[in-house]
Design a binder for this molecule. Structure first.
Ligand code: AMP
Length: 291
């Protein structure tokens, strides 16, 4: 496995990769959710590139940029054991963002909702860094997790709107045994918060089972989810949403497809999770394995 710490190194190593190239962007401190994306890329692509970059522009000044967990050596061992061909791990933020950086990719529309409403500059940072990474790595396919559903929808639009020749693959959320979605931020949870956190998944399960029993009224579904969440006093919900995945407008009734998503605070940790109704529906239809 090759490791590039600078754009210059990346540019010298990228031509040696066999096509099609699959790309997995990450902020490091890897877990099985990230590795599931590497495995998905390995299944179809000839070469797999991962990036490890804690992207400062997607954090607001009040957020956890400085405390975000980092362990590059461990991450590299994990990526090597999965058969990753090349890792781009910029040595510092200036490698990506020159002094006086001033050119942004600014996604609009769906970024006014959900995570974008709570974190107004977040998706500008995400779209800009993913655009830069696509440009540098030139992958044929890119692999993202459904865990960050709105992010996947924003990237799908950026690919379409800016005509990136990249196939987007959105892979299922990988969970701990008790249902908690894996996240690098789970390390912030204390023992009591960790014990309370699976209620997020349980509230999504409840929405799925009520839907299966025939409930289509979204306010009834949201109310049932909020009541379940209220049973865990350490969990402070920020939003419970049932929205049209194309617009992220809240729905009155569940029709052909709905994104059920929520965000909650547990102490200093902010967690998100989601599911799609009808249960098992992909957020974005899958493309070919790799192309
Ligand atoms: P991050 O390092 O948090 O920026 O995540 C990098 C990629 O991994 C993103 O596409 C995430 O959606 C994805 N990811 C994070 N957690 C999970 C998970 N539990 N299951 C599947 N994918 C995930």
């Amino acid at each position: 496995m090759k490791v590039a710490r600078s754009i210059e190194e990346l540019r010298s190593l990228r031509p040696g990769l066999a096509a099609p190239v699959g790309f997995v962007p990450t902020m490091g401190y890897l877990h099985d959710g990230h590795l599931s994306l590497i495995r998905a890329a390995k299944r179809g692509c000839q070469s797999v590139v991962a990036s490890i970059f804690v992207n400062p522009t997607q954090f607001a000044p009040t957020e956890d940029l400085t405390s975000y967990p980092r362990d590059l050596d461990r991450d590299l061992r994990m990526l090597e054991s999965e058969g990753t061909d090349l890792v781009f791990a910029p040595a510092d933020a200036e490698e990506i963002y020159p002094v006086d950086f001033s050119t942004w990719v600014l996604p609009e529309g769906i970024t006014a909702r959900l995570e974008g409403a709570a974190r107004p500059t977040h998706f500008r940072g995400v779209a800009t860094v993913v655009g830069i990474l696509f440009h540098l790595i030139e992958p044929q396919s890119a692999f993202f997790g459904q865990k960050d559903a709105q992010q996947a929808l924003v990237i799908a639009r950026m690919i379409r709107d800016l005509h990136f020749d990249v196939d987007l693959h959105v892979e299922p959320t990988v969970r701990e045994a008790d249902g908690l979605a894996m996240s690098s931020r789970n390390t912030y949870l204390n023992a009591a918060e960790r014990a309370a956190a699976p209620v997020l998944r349980r509230s999504l399960d409840l929405a799925e089972s009520l839907w299966t029993q025939g409930e289509r009224d979204t306010e009834a579904l949201r109310t049932a989810m909020r009541e379940l969440l209220a049973g865990e006093p350490l969990v402070f919900p920020e939003y419970v949403s049932i929205a049209d995945p194309r617009t992220l407008d809240e729905l009155d009734t569940v029709g052909t497809k709905a994104l059920v998503s929520l965000a909650a605070r547990l102490g200093r940790t902010r967690l998100i999770d989601n599911t799609v109704l009808p249960p098992g529906t992909p957020l974005i239809e899958r493309e070919a394995e790799c192309s």
